[in-house]
Design a protein. Structure first.
Length: 441
């Protein structure tokens, strides 16, 4: 008998009310040996996520779906060469709620399908690992098979940053987390960072309290910031730039904008000058335009100039990127900044709008403060913090002159940038910002 005749088609079973659902994760690949009820793919509707299980054991010959495909009952998932073990009587998709927040509605009950979705996420067995925080583990946004995998490895999903769609944690994130913990442990000879668990405190014992859910952005950025804070040896270099002439130039340029540009809300902002200055700094000191590779043994130097901007939105911090800032004029950058910060606040940024940054600027100048210590936005190696400018008496050798001084706070990854280059970078920034005409192109 020809081998092909042994190959069976595995299709999406009856998944009840879910008409057309999106494939969000592929859990097997050609050549994998699978057992009955092993999860094959995860699909997601706006109400729930489900894992489609294997109806029988065998070897995967070919996966026929891709991430992002829309599928429904009967859609071909993969070709399987059965091993001959008894097929499952009814392999039911495992369903869980579609978002991590506990306030999300539970999956809407479907009219009884042939295979019955499980209404709730899998119940967690008592943790085999003391370091797993059951509350954050249960809240983490991950499929049942990823939860199982994490539990086998003793990984607290609450500490893993999800790179899947909508911040979902996928198997690769768990692997990367384990790799990172092991690498740190080996590097420091400490067996990984051990910190005392945060105590659970009932604050209402001291007075009235209100519990607010963290937004999805808060949770995601929180995880990345925490990772960057504990894994990157930060140093922050402070300096001041004399922007007296820059500010005058900015005001002249703003007044010179056409009525059409003004009507469109175009504004010549200080941030546009800072982006141009950062591009010059990256050219002058190329090590700032680099990233460490995953092994930590190689430096990848970039020949493009994309600058990220930290934007404060009601839902939390996001960092859209001005791509190819070296090829854009100051006026164009100013216009683009207006657009991306509006998009950020309207939650309309696409993932590609926030990727590919070389260095980030975090400007708190419009709000206040004298200096701060920003956290490096890895895999970038430096971030420039900007605080509120101040008219300051500056000694010119003969007398005090009123000069508008802008505080700069540059945090950098000390594995890549040494202290001398940190100081060179801020001095260079101060120099180019003081001669703002050079930035207008
Ligand atoms: N010193 C004094 N005033 C400043 C200034 C500075 N360094 N930078 C800007 N300003 C003033 C501007 O002149 C402007 O004043 P007017 O309204 O009178 O013209 C006002 O502040 C707003 O400035 P802007 O429109 O140019 O906006 P911006 O460049 O200050 O900020 C953006 C844009 C998107 C960076 C900002 O809205 C934002 O989200 N900042 C917060 C970023 C953040 O949260 N960083 C923290 C990350 S680490 O946790």
């Amino acid at each position: 008998m020809a081998k092909d005749s042994l190959v069976k088609e595995v299709v999406i079973p009856d998944i009840g009310d879910f008409d057309s659902v999106e494939v969000i994760e592929i859990l097997v690949e050609a050549g994998d040996s699978i057992a009955v009820e092993d999860s094959l793919i995860s699909v997601e509707s706006d109400k729930a996520t489900m894992e489609i299980p294997a109806p029988e054991a065998g070897v995967v010959v070919e996966v026929k779906v891709a991430i992002g495909d829309q599928v429904s009952q009967g859609s071909l998932v993969l070709l399987l060469e059965p091993s001959g073990d008894a097929p499952a009587v009814a392999a039911a998709p495992v369903v869980e709620k579609s978002a991590p927040a506990a306030s999300q509605p539970a999956p809407v009950a479907a009219p009884q399908p042939a295979v019955q979705p499980v209404a709730q996420p899998q119940q967690l067995s008592p943790s085999p690992t003391a370091s797993i925080n059951e509350v954050s583990f249960a809240r983490a946004y991950a499929s049942p098979s990823v939860r199982k995998f994490a539990r086998e490895l003793g990984v607290d999903l609450g500490r893993v940053a999800g790179s899947g769609r909508k911040g979902r944690i996928i198997k690769e994130d768990v692997k990367a987390f384990v790799k990172q913990v092991l690498t740190q442990g080996m590097g420091q000879g400490t067996g990984g960072m051990v910190v005392a668990p945060m105590p659970e405190i009932d604050f209402s014992q001291w007075g009235e309290v209100e519990t607010q859910k963290l937004s999805k952005i808060n949770k995601l950025t929180g995880k990345f910031l925490h990772r960057n804070w504990v894994t990157i040896p930060h140093v922050t270099q402070f300096d001041q730039a004399d922007i007296t002439e820059l500010d005058a130039l900015r005001k002249t340029m703003a007044a010179d904008l056409s009525d059409e540009q003004k009507d469109k809300g175009s504004k010549i902002t200080m941030l546009a000058f800072l982006i141009k200055a950062v591009v010059s700094g990256l050219r002058e000191l190329p090590r700032f335009n680099s990233s460490l590779d995953a092994s930590g043994e190689n430096l990848i130097l970039k020949n493009y100039f994309n600058v990220g901007i930290a934007v404060d939105t009601p839902d939390g911090l996001v960092v859209p990127v001005v791509h190819d800032a070296d090829n854009k004029s100051l006026v164009d950058i100013a216009a683009e900044l207006g657009e991306i910060s509006q998009k950020a606040r309207d939650k309309k940024l696409k993932p590609s709008d926030m990727q590919g940054g070389c260095m980030t600027i975090s400007s708190l100048g419009g709000i206040g403060g004298t200096q701060f210590t920003p956290i490096v936005n890895a895999p970038e190696v430096a971030i420039l913090g900007v605080s509120r400018h101040k008219m300051t008496p500056v000694w010119n050798g003969e007398s005090f002159e009123p000069r508008l001084m802008l505080p700069l706070s540059l945090s950098y990854d000390h594995r890549v940038v040494d202290g001398a280059d940190g100081a060179r970078f801020t001095s260079f920034m101060a120099q180019v910002l003081a001669d703002a005409n050079g930035l207008v192109k």
